[in-house]
Every structure is written in C-alpha cells, then in structure tokens.
Design a protein around this ligand. Structure first.
Ligand SMILES: NC(=O)c1ccc[n+]([C@@H]2O[C@H](COP(=O)([O-])OP(=O)(O)OC[C@H]3O[C@@H](n4cnc5c(N)ncnc54)[C@H](O)[C@@H]3O)[C@@H](O)[C@H]2O)c1
Length: 406
C-alpha cells in the first residue's frame, strides 16, 4: 500500500496526505480548487494550523506529495471532503452528501481491483455502503469492473490547533464493509498512528464518530442552559460551576456564546435526521446551543445605548484557530450590526473579514477597538486576549461569554 490518493485538501485531508508523504508513501492530493492545488504544490498552505506549514513543505520537498485537481491511479483512496447539512424550508437539517458522492464518482476512471477506498469524512450511518453503491454505479456506466474493491470508514477526531499532535496520538477506529477492509485500513494508519487502532464494521464506526460529537454537544448544552438559568436567577454561572465541580462525580463543562465549527454543531443533526423519534435529547441540545447567540445579542442590546461602539473580541468558532465555519461569534456580530450598532471586530487569526460582514463591521486591532468601545463582548478566548484584565476595561460595559476576564 505505497501509493495514496487523498481527495479534499482541507483541515483533514491536507495534514493526512502530508503525514503519509513524510512517512515515505507516494501521495497525490486532489482538490477541486485549482488555487488550493497551486498553493500546496509550491510547498505552502491555505489554512492556519500550527506546524502544518513545516509538514507540508517537507512533504512536497521530499517529492512524495503532489497536488492535482483530478485523481490518478493509487492503491488507496481517502475521501476527506466536506459533509455539511442542508436546511430545508421547514427548518429540518438533512445531511448534504453531494461532496462525498462527487468525490466518489470522480475516482471511478482510475480505481482497480484490490484498491482500498476509505471514507474519512464524518458521515451519517450507511454512507460507506452508499459510497460503494455510487462507485459501482459509475463503474458500470464506464464499463469498468467493480469486483475486488474494499471499503472502510475511518473517522477523524483531530482537534484544530492540535492536529499534528493528535493525528499521531489519538486512538482510531477502522470500520470496514468487510473484515479485510478493516485490517487493511488499520495497517495503513499504523504508518503514523502511535495509539491504538480498533476494528469494527462501517456502520458502528460512522455512528461512533457522530456519537462523540453529540455527547460533547449535549454536555455543552447543559452548561449553556445553566448560564441562562443563572442569568435569570442572578447567580454567577462560573462560580456555580466551579463549586458544583468539587463534587467527585460532577464535571460540568463551561458555557459559551453557542457552539460552532464544522463538527459539533453539525454532526448531531445526522443522528437526529436518521432517528428523529429516538434522538430527542440530542435535538434539544442542538436547539439550546443554537439559541445561545440570540441570548448574547439580547445582553449586548440591553447594555448598549444609541450610538454605542461595541468591540467584539473573536470571530472564530473556538480559541486560537482561524476557522469561522458555523461560528456563533459571526452570528452574534451579524445581528448586532443589523441592530444598527457600530461594531468593531477583533480577530487576530484573519486578515480580512468574511464577505457576509464586509462593509457592515470594522476589523481592527485589540488596542484600537478597546480605545473606542463603550461595550466589550468577549466571544472567543483566544490566547491573544488572555492578558486582558477588568482594570483595562474600567468604564466600559463587559459581556464575557467565556468567563475568561478576571
Ligand atoms: N475540521 C475538523 O476539525 C474536522 C475534524 C474531524 C472530522 N472532520 C470531517 O472531515 C471532513 C472534511 O472536513 P475539513 O474540515 O477538512 O473540510 P475543508 O472544507 O477544510 O476541506 C475540504 C476540501 O475538500 C475539497 N473538495 C470538495 N469537493 C471535492 C471533490 N469532489 N474532490 C476533491 N476535493 C473536494 C474542498 O475544495 C476543500 O478544500 C468533514 O466531513 C468534516 O466533518 C473535520
């Protein structure tokens, strides 16, 4: 299994392709974006992740990693393309598998018997079977044989900001459509994974990944709901949680402005979509977390006066990353701008505002924003804001959604 083709060169595909390449595998990274392909072939990166630039440069310079817009023959194909959801007119969230389907169909001209096809994208239960179905359908259309192909789901758990470390140190699950596919996938990931690799079937692997994120979401929803209860009852939620957590079997998470990102805010919907009658708690948790940004907006509007300048610290969906996908901070800032407030955003991890905020919000340095603000809203606990103190904010109204400013 020396040659790989990794489809999707984003937060998951690029580190994965690069680490295989630095371990001596020949890797073709495929992305439909010519700009991404060009950047990677020049040994640079298009996303922010600590040390990823060094890894990609090493992979490209070794000659083992090349990028292209079309797949070529390989022994292993890894699909690491997006799996967002679609919101239907009645508000239901359903998985959007169009990227996985397109990537699967795109490999049909180049796959051959004995190839292993690995779905890494976080996917609803049954997707690996659908990948097999799509590929067989495409092969039939091309008049090519479909026999002898192996399929597995190997979900990724790495955390943005710590991806390179976790790629090596996290336990993995390999769930094949057959036992042979599971063991072949395990042998492949053992190239760089120093932790345990567990074998199962594809459906269990798919649900395991969704379960991990649904578990996190439900626990965060508990903390967020507590913050609403505390606001109503005039109790300091941070102190409350600190005290409750002194119980030996209680471990409440921290509340925040909502839940964002490509994973926790998305994946539980794949379970709710598949089992709507059964997954009642998971749906409720999603609703609680999705409602939190509106609560923060109401807090800011209550603190502001006409003409107030509001400094919003952080746009990313979590601390110390540049990823704005599904970010509650972006949602909150959008609503504040729509409410007619003068909003200054501070986000040290980006150079330009996302298109949705361009022209409506100003992007400024922390110093400039604090200098002009009447109201300060801490939305993301980036390291860059860690030294902020209450004394520095004297005379301003503070809404600290992270409980980070002492
Ligand atoms: N980002 C994370 O922290 C994380 C963690 C665990 C799992 N995941 C899962 O991994 C998958 C990928 O997520 P990501 O964050 O890397 O996404 P991403 O948006 O960063 O990257 C996806 C890339 O795929 C490319 N692409 C789309 N269609 C393609 C096709 N047909 N062929 C080739 N390339 C194509 C896009 O241009 C993009 O560059 C998702 O299912 C996600 O849920 C993400």
């Amino acid at each position: 299994m020396n040659s790989l083709c990794v489809l999707g060169l984003g937060y998951i595909g690029l580190p994965t392709a690069s680490i295989f390449a630095t371990k001596g595998r020949r890797v073709l990274g495929v992305d439909i974006s010519p700009a991404v392909v060009e950047i990677i072939n020049s040994g640079r990166i298009h996303i922010q992740e600590p040390d990823l630039d060094v890894l990609v440069r090493a992979a490209v310079q070794s000659g083992n990693l090349k990028a292209a817009t079309k797949p070529l023959p390989a022994e292993v194909f890894i699909l690491a393309v997006p799996t967002p959801f679609i919101v239907t007119p009645d508000g239901t969230r359903t998985p959007d598998l169009s990227f996985v389907e397109a990537a699967t169909r795109s490999i049909a001209p180049v796959v051959a018997a004995d190839n292993l096809i690995i779905l890494e994208s976080t996917s609803p239960v049954g997707t690996t079977e659908r990948v097999k179905g799509w590929l067989e359908d495409e092969l039939r259309k091309l008049g090519r044989p479909a026999a002898g192909l192996l399929y597995a789901h190997c979900p990724e758990r790495i955390l943005p900001g710590q991806m390179l470390k976790e790629l090596v140190s996290n336990d993995r699950i390999c769930g094949g459509l057959t036992a042979e596919a599971s063991t072949r996938a395990r042998d492949l990931y053992a190239t760089f994974c120093a932790a345990q690799i567990f074998l199962t079937d594809a459906r269990t692997a798919e649900l395991a990944k969704l379960t991990e994120n649904a578990f996190r979401d439900v626990n965060i929803a508990f903390a967020n709901e507590l913050s609403l209860v505390c606001d109503k009852l005039g109790v300091n939620v941070w102190e409350l949680i600190r005290l409750a957590n002194r119980h030996p079997r209680v471990k409440i998470l921290q509340p925040g402005p909502g839940v964002g990102g490509h994973c926790i805010a998305v994946d539980p919907w794949f379970i709710v979509d598949a089992a709507p009658q059964e997954a009642r708690l998971m749906r409720m948790a999603r609703e609680v977390n999705d409602s939190k940004p509106r609560h923060v907006v109401a807090q800011v509007l209550a603190a502001a006066r006409a003409g107030s300048v509001v400094a919003c610290l952080g746009l990313a969906f979590k601390a110390n990353v540049d990823d704005l996908r599904e970010s509650p901070a972006v949602e909150i800032i959008t609503h504040l701008a729509e409410a007619g407030l003068k909003v200054i955003a501070v986000e040290p991890h980006i150079q330009t505002l996302p298109a949705s905020l361009e022209g409506r919000v100003e992007l400024a340095s922390l110093e400039l924003a604090l200098d002009r603000a009447d109201v300060v809203v801490l939305l993301v606990d980036h390291r860059a804001f860690a030294s902020l103190t209450l004394a520095q904010l004297a005379g301003k109204k503070l809404i600290d959604t992270r409980g980070a400013i002492r």
